[in-house]
Design a protein around this ligand. Structure first.
Ligand code: COA
Ligand code: AMP
Length: 631
């Protein structure tokens, strides 16, 4: 079938389409009721289905002949380790770890927070939760104690699973003091902490609360898979919203398993037994869907990489991993390729490696600039596919569907809507835009299986954030257009989210931190263009009247506040004191104009500006920080 036939069918006969796809999953009770649309905008898929996601990711492959195939390869240049786990070994490790959770009193429906670096135990922790029907919430290691505390208070975990440290190329990041501080700050207290001691930093334990991971696993009895309803939550994943309070994206078990299983062949062109590498982090949606669940549900070998594209030890790191493990498909963020290209423009570090098994590169997480796309195409000699999705969807929304039909690549566009997603570009009034006309990108409801059914304990916020602006549609918060061939172009966010090295961050949350500084009267944070990271945050602050402070000192304090409160991942390294902020006459800060100035793009003096003089000072400040060349 052609892409267009598949696509039309997915929209016109969604229940038949997804019933067929559900055969990719082993069910305890096969779903007969495919879509519950009785309470829009809340939709539920496979409502009477019963399954276990961990069973589908591990046990069924052990039973059907993949027991001795590598399920997960851990490759860690920062510790000099390569370890391979077969499906049988991974199943056994996960079953024992699930037994530990049962021993700690975790039962179906309980929540567990996982705050871990990129070690195989992080994937095992997720699968162990899935095995017993517990709901995991993974928190990215680059977040600070305060962010972790917010998530602890929202998810209210029974147990927290963590490790003594993460390893960054320039330092050991001790997780335990951050975790202890987060539990101190949080109102909710977990009953226990399961802690993986790594030799690079051994953490001190709190008597009565902390349990040594290895000791506990050694004495645990393996736990079996528990039946869960398709609509039961598998996990919560917090992502940046427009305030400091992150959104808890909920993922169900059934829709998620079906969507990921279907995506592996149709969208990634991957077969069971192939080696699939998503070079991301288990703390992000990409890590959940395509390091852990997708490849394992599909019977692939997945790579879990603890390292960077450059500096661990050189820009040949990715080529070494691809050659050593026979990687067929790589999925990463464009920033990875910008980093490699910056350090090795001629791709000389690629030469020693045999990349003959490598078939396709997928890029997502941020806009893919044509230079990076063409460089990767030229150096790798394989198709390079830009595709677009969000934490909320959990799997691609727009891609070049190579497993169904490959379309000509147009640089700057992730190509065509994925079957199941009725992607529209809407104008202010909710009407479809004409080709090439920019509008808000929305998806007509219902969203396909796998997408968020709601936000954790926040149905109202779910409706408010995504469903209200255009009734009957999901608002993606991205703006863009379709061309005359129907190719979708994603141009920018319509909210305050920025994308820093593929990491989604809220400038609003950074502004909340800056405004807590006692000498700051008001502030604005914008995302400025950065050649490596795509965007980086830049802060502007106005001091309180009478604050007699050295601006340089305040700026340094602000930088360290954001690092301490949000985390190093925010990459907040530039703040500047100005006398006033540019505003409209009604008092709205002109962040859009500041951003255009920072990026050196054309900007016009807004007609509603209150005090045009101040733009000169902002421009000078930007030039001083290395931004904004034209006026
Ligand atoms: N735990 C603790 N700290 C972390 C961390 C983690 N898991 N991940 C990143 N950090 C820290 C880094 O050490 C760095 O700290 P520093 O300010 O002291 O140097 C900071 O957070 C920013 O990290 P990062 O965004 O990784 O920038 P970088 O300059 O260290 O590296 C790249 C730049 C391009 C090499 C890197 O961003 C990269 O590999 N990007 C890939 C993007 C990606 O995988 N995105 C996932 C979405 S698909
Ligand atoms: P996250 O939820 O962290 O996956 O971030 C999702 C956001 O990243 C999207 O809403 C987009 O703004 C951006 N994004 C992801 N993939 C792409 C892409 N291929 N092109 C442009 N922007 C993208």
């Amino acid at each position: 079938m052609s892409y267009y036939e598949v696509y039309e069918r997915s929209l016109n006969e969604p229940e038949d389409f997804w019933r067929e796809a559900s055969a990719l999953i082993d069910w305890q009770t096969k779903p007969r009721h495919i879509l519950d649309d009785s309470a829009p905008p809340f939709y539920r898929w496979f409502t009477d289905g019963v399954l276990n996601t961990c069973y589908n990711a591990l046990d069924r492959h052990v039973a059907s002949g993949r027991a001795d195939q590598a399920a997960l390869i851990y490759d860690s240049p920062v510790t000099g380790t390569v370890e391979s786990y077969t499906y049988r070994e991974l199943r056994d490790e996960v079953a024992s770890l699930a037994g530990v959770l049962v021993d700690r009193g975790v039962t179906k429906g309980d929540t567990v927070i996982i705050y871990m670096p990129m070690v195989p135990q992080a994937a095992m922790a997720m699968l162990a939760c899935a095995r017993i029907g517990a709901i995991h919430s993974v928190v990215f290691g680059g977040f600070a104690a305060n962010e972790l505390a917010t998530r602890i208070d929202d998810a209210k975990p029974h147990v927290i699973m963590s490790a003594s440290c993460g390893i960054e190329p320039n330092r050991i990041v001790e997780y335990k003091p951050l975790l202890d501080e987060a539990i101190d700050i949080a109102t909710h207290k977990p009953s226990s902490v399961l802690l993986l001691q790594r030799p690079q930093a051994v953490a001190s334990m709190i008597e009565g609360r902390d349990v040594d991971w290895a000791d506990a696993v050694e004495v645990a009895s393996p736990a079996d898979c528990v039946d869960v309803a398709a609509t039961d939550p598998l996990y919560i994943l917090y992502t940046s919203g427009t305030t400091g309070q992150p959104k808890g994206i909920v993922r169900d078990n059934g829709g998620h398993a079906v969507a990921l299983a279907w995506s592996m062949d149709a969208l990634y062109g991957v077969q069971p037994g192939d080696v699939y590498w998503a070079a991301s982090d288990v703390g992000w949606a990409v890590g959940h869907s395509y390091i852990v669940y997708g490849p394992l549900i599909h019977g692939c070998t997945t790579i879990l990489y603890e390292g960077k594209p450059v500096g661990t030890p050189d820009p040949g790191a990715f080529w070494r991993v691809i050659a050593q493990h026979g990687v067929n498909v790589l999925f990463t963020a464009p920033t990875t390729f910008r980093a490699i290209k910056r350090d090795d423009p001629g791709a000389e570090f690629m030469e020693p490696y045999d990349l003959s098994r490598f078939r396709t590169l997928f890029l997502a997480g941020e806009r893919c600039d044509p230079d990076t796309l063409h460089w990767a195409e030229e150096k790798l000699g394989v198709p390079v596919i830009d595709h677009w999705w969000q934490t909320e969807s959990g799997w691609p929304m727009v891609t070049n569907p190579i497993g169904i039909e490959m379309f000509p690549v147009k640089a700057g566009s992730p190509t065509l809507p994925v079957p199941g997603y009725d992607v529209r570009v809407l104008d202010e009034d909710g009407d479809d835009c004409d080709p090439d006309q920019i509008g808000a990108i929305a998806v007509r409801l219902p969203l396909p299986p796998g997408c968020l059914p709601t936000l954790w304990n926040a149905d109202e916020r779910f409706v408010e954030a995504y469903m209200k602006r255009y009734p009957g549609f999901y608002l993606t918060a991205d703006a863009g257009f379709k061309d005359a061939d129907g190719y979708v172009y994603i141009m920018s966010r319509i909210d305050d989210i920025i994308n820093v090295a593929g990491h989604r961050l809220s400038t609003g949350a950074m502004e909340e931190v800056l405004s807590e500084h006692p000498d700051v009267a008001e502030c604005a944070v914008i995302g400025a263009f950065d050649e490596l990271k795509g965007q980086v945050p830049v802060g502007f602050v106005v001091l309180q009247a009478g604050a007699d402070r050295d601006p340089g000192e305040v700026e340094a304090e602000l930088i360290s506040m954001v690092r301490d409160r949000i985390g190093p991942v925010a990459s907040f390294k530039q703040a500047t004191v100005v006398s006033r902020l540019p505003k409209t006459r009604s008092g709205k800060i002109l962040r859009g104009t500041m951003r255009k100035m920072a990026d050196g793009s054309d900007w016009t003096m807004p007609a509603t500006i209150d005090d045009p003089e101040i733009l000169g000072e902002i421009h000078t400040a930007l030039i001083g920080m290395g931004y904004g060349s034209s006026t």
